[in-house]
Design a protein around this ligand. Structure first.
Ligand code: NAD
Length: 344
């Protein structure tokens, strides 16, 4: 067993490895200025430790910015577990990770992320109370993420299209898993015209089955999604999809969806701005799940969580207005607002 603490430019990194269990864990804490660092636990394959360290560091910083603009009393942190080829025992693996989280004394609180699930959170909870998103804490993060995205899309439509209603607004949703499907259903209720796309046919069909009028929903092949002319492009699949090769094809007025790290690089946000496409910064619009997992376990009612999540629309309105007044890309304005809270 081996544990260590190191400091990088932006984060404190706590590492723990145990060849017997196969656990190789890195917890990155970016900031605890606003409260204990909260962020999910990702358990995926990485080519090497450097790649895992880079990922966890970037994600932890993103969580600080997200919590700051969501008005949550939490700092930014994240953990990555370098996924073993096979788990010797998945339960004890996550219980051991729980012990590692516990050893930080509450500076970091973990939750679900890519490659982990509610059962894993239950196993972690056997060793620490610094975990949320377990089967009995009442959190439903995807529902609140989708609500926040809906409010964000409405704010963007008001700003860019001067329209108060979603009636007839054409939204293309890329990825109709937990968040995208819930978003499609809410938008349908508001009279929006919906197109959906997913690389997984079963997920696509499951979404269609939940829609009131599936015949009116257009299904777009994954490769054609960027060329689809629409009002709103809502990326709800994976990150990095706003990149130089896709950007030239985009024919939308607004980009607003739940996916994390939508911009492959900062300059993509500048290009969106130059093209006149209004971009709702990802970590602002997708904060509903964080709001849910940070408040519900502390006894805050769903009604209050709903109110706080809807405020994502107000925050985005402020970002859109400032971006217009200062002629700056929206992601730049959002970063400046978060940094004002975190560093001043
Ligand atoms: P999910 O895995 O349930 O759904 C994602 C869907 O996207 C899947 O059905 C997948 O097949 C599809 N997909 C992936 N790549 C695609 C592509 N190139 N084209 C079309 N479809 C594609 O995930 P989710 O929980 O709905 O989250 C969606 C996104 O939002 C993720 O990027 C996630 O990190 C982010 N996010 C989710 C939450 C949450 O509360 N669930 C919170 C914040 C951010």
């Amino acid at each position: 067993m081996n544990s260590s603490i190191t400091h990088t430019n932006s984060c404190t990194l706590h590492t723990h490895s145990n060849p017997r269990s196969g656990l190789m864990a890195i917890i990155a804490i970016h900031s605890t200025k606003l409260g204990p660092a909260l962020g999910g636990c990702r358990c995926i394959s990485y080519p090497d430790t450097d790649a895992a360290t880079e990922d966890v560091t970037r994600l932890a910083k993103g969580m600080s910015y997200k919590a700051a603009l969501a008005g949550i009393h939490h700092g930014g942190g994240k953990s990555v577990l370098i996924r073993p080829k096979t788990f010797k025992n998945r339960h004890t693996y996550f219980e051991e990770f729980g012990e590692f989280v516990e050893s930080l004394g509450g500076d970091y609180i973990t939750s679900v992320d890519s490659g982990t699930n509610i059962e894993d959170m239950d196993d972690i909870s056997h060793s620490t109370s610094y975990v949320c998103g377990t089967s009995n804490d009442g959190c439903t993060p995807s529902i609140f993420t989708s609500l926040g995205v809906l409010e964000g899309i409405k704010a963007a439509v008001r700003k860019k299209m001067r329209r108060q209603s979603m009636d007839g607004i054409h939204v293309v949703i890329q990825g109709v898993g937990n968040v995208g499907a819930a978003l499609a259903i809410s938008l349908e209720e508001l009279g929006a015209k919906i197109s959906i796309s997913d690389i997984n046919d079963a997920t696509l069909n499951a979404c269609l089955e939940r829609m009131k009028s599936p015949d009116e929903v257009m299904v777009i092949p994954p490769d054609d999604v960027y060329r689809s002319s629409c009002d709103v492009f809502a990326p709800c699949g994976l990150g990095g999809i706003i990149n130089p090769s896709n950007l030239q094809h985009l024919e939308c007025k607004i980009v607003a969806g739940s996916a994390n790290n939508q911009l492959s690089q900062e300059s993509d946000g500048v290009l969106l701005h130059k093209k006149g496409i209004l971009y709702a910064p990802d970590y602002v619009i997708n904060a509903g799940g964080l709001i849910d997992v940070s408040l519900i376990p502390n006894g805050i009612s769903e009604q209050e969580v709903t109110i706080k999540t809807k405020q994502i629309g107000d925050t985005l309105e402020e970002i859109f207005d400032r971006a217009e007044q200062e002629n700056k890309p929206c992601h730049t304005v959002a970063n400046q607002m978060a940094e004002n809270i975190l560093y001043h």
